[in-house]
Design a protein around this ligand. Structure first.
Ligand code: NAG
Ligand code: NAG
Ligand code: NAG
Ligand code: NAG
Length: 455
């Protein structure tokens, strides 16, 4: 009982001694923010209209969601924090239980009408519900937003490129005498902080975030413009594996095809296949790159030169094949057909019975082979052999003659082949010269273009 009374006493004395108000609502009541708030958002919150409102701005990078070459779009996810002074709002924290800050709904106070120049789509990410007001009237507002912005990308060095994209912030209607835009952090601080908070970068490696300020003049008035420049470097690995290396491999295949034998259409077929494979790869490139007229991307040069080299080598192969074909046709004409004709004529001049002789010789050969077969089949019939030998010695002589003739032709043809004919000689020369030209061009071009890529 005694204890309870003591407790009551303590409470009552406490209530008497600290007559402090400790609720946010009291602060708002004191500021007249609970009754009619429209006065607080009607106009720029300055007591003297000639004073500019100083808005301090910070933008940090949370994530690089996309950076698309084809559509020239840059989609970062950024965190923007703003700070300005609302003159007319102030309280003494000592009077309100030491309350120095209160959070109020964002649409209760005036807010700077900032917008982003490059933004091409309205931001649909959820807004922060509250803004912070401190006892001296400074208002803090923070926003996360996905900015779909346009960015003029330079794809000259794709895929070893570095891109710079701007996000420019300015007031829509307040010119520089009414509103000043000031960066809160300098470039090095912004870069460092962005590195700390950056969650995902994807294909891109964040390098730098720099801040600069411009005054743009329009209708004889100046607007202050804060430009945040994001510098990002592409990670080229995927494109190297996906595109540059395969093209290089096909080039190697094309080079290797010089060691495929020239005759018949095998080499030609191989080269056409390689060329087709490269054209499929070119389609991929068409998907990635925008059609920019001012400057040819190095990767296009790379493809066009390699494609052209392959095309030239294909044409060269066609030429060489044609030359060899021509040669073999000529040989065939000069070869057996002509020989026979020649021989026939020679025989005709010797005696009129060419056809007969040929016929007989043929028949003889048949007979001989038949005899030989018989000889093989029937070794018993040896007594007949002598008779046949004496009777067919004439025929054997004829055969010998024929064989000699044949050997001569074969010799002639062999020597012909060794010489290779005029056309195949040229074909071999062209082949060699083109191989040297091909290898030199490729070994000059590849280092040059890689140097161009890396500077
Ligand atoms: C709130 O309004 C009352 C009159 O309606 C005025 O006397 C008082 O000064 C105002 N408070 C502030 C902080 O302006
Ligand atoms: C980005 O802003 C810088 C100034 O900070 C300017 O020099 C550059 O041209 C701008 N780039 C683009 C793509 O607008
Ligand atoms: C940037 O600001 C930080 C403090 O925020 C300061 O230490 C640093 O020296 C500044 N850098 C430059 C280049 O002004
Ligand atoms: C823009 O104009 C304001 C006011 O005239 C001036 O203080 C500021 O230095 C200017 N900014 C630039 C970048 O010229």
């Amino acid at each position: 009982m005694m204890r309870f009374a003591f407790l009551l006493l303590v409470i009552s004395t406490d209530g008497v001694t600290s007559k402090k108000v400790c609720s946010y609502l009291d602060v708002l009541d004191y500021l007249n923010l609970t009754k009619d708030t429209s006065a607080f958002k009607l106009t720029r919150p300055v007591l003297d209209y000639t004073d500019p409102t100083r808005v301090e701005l910070d933008i940090f990078l949370y994530a690089i969601l996309a950076l698309v070459e084809k559509t020239q779009t840059f989609i970062p996810f950024i965190w923007a924090s703003m700070k300005w002074k609302h003159e007319g709002i102030s309280w003494d924290p000592a009077e309100f239980c030491g309350i120095t800050q209160i959070a109020i709904p964002r649409d209760m106070l005036w807010r700077p009408d900032l917008f982003i120049f490059e933004m091409t789509q309205k931001d649909d990410s959820p807004l922060n519900l509250y803004i912070l007001v401190s006892s001296d009237g400074t208002v803090y507002s923070e926003e996360d937003m996905k900015v779909v912005s346009t960015c003029k990308m330079d794809v000259h060095k794709f895929p070893f490129d570095t891109q710079r994209c701007n996000i420019s912030v300015a007031s829509a209607i307040h010119h520089v005498d009414e509103m000043r835009l000031l960066p809160c952090s300098n470039s090095s601080r912004a870069t460092q902080f962005s590195r700390e908070v950056l969650k995902t970068q994807g294909e891109w490696e964040f390098m730098q975030l720099s801040v600069s300020s411009f005054n743009i003049t329009y209708n004889n008035r100046q607007w202050e413009n804060l430009v945040y420049t994001f510098t990002m470097r592409r990670r080229p690995l995927l494109h190297v594996i996906n595109f540059l290396l395969p093209v290089l491999f096909f080039l190697c295949l094309d080079l290797a095809s010089f060691f495929i034998a020239d005759h018949r259409g095998e080499k030609l077929g191989f080269k056409v296949t390689v060329l087709l494979a490269i054209s499929v790869l070119l389609l991929i490139l068409n998907d990635i790159l925008p059609s920019m007229s001012n400057k040819t991307p190095l990767i296009a040069t790379y493809c066009i030169v390699i494609f052209a080299m392959m095309l030239l080598s294909l044409l060269e192969t066609i030429l060489v094949t044609h030359l060899m074909e021509k040669d073999s046709v000529a040989q065939e004409k000069v070869g057996p057909a002509d020989d026979w004709q020649h021989k026939k004529e020679k025989m005709k001049t010797q005696d009129g019975t060419t056809e007969d002789k040929k016929q007989t010789s043929c028949v003889c050969i048949c007979q001989v082979s038949a005899a030989e077969k018989q000889h093989e089949l029937l070794p018993m019939a040896e007594e007949d052999n002598s008779r046949i030998q004496s009777g067919d010695s004439q025929v054997l002589l004829l055969i010998l003659e024929e064989l000699k003739e044949l050997q001569k032709t074969v010799d002639l043809r062999l020597s012909c082949r060794l010489e290779g004919g005029k056309s195949s000689l040229w074909a071999a020369r062209i082949n060699k010269a083109f191989l040297i030209f091909y290898v030199t061009t490729v070994s000059l071009f590849l280092p040059l273009i890689f140097i161009a890529w890396h500077t």
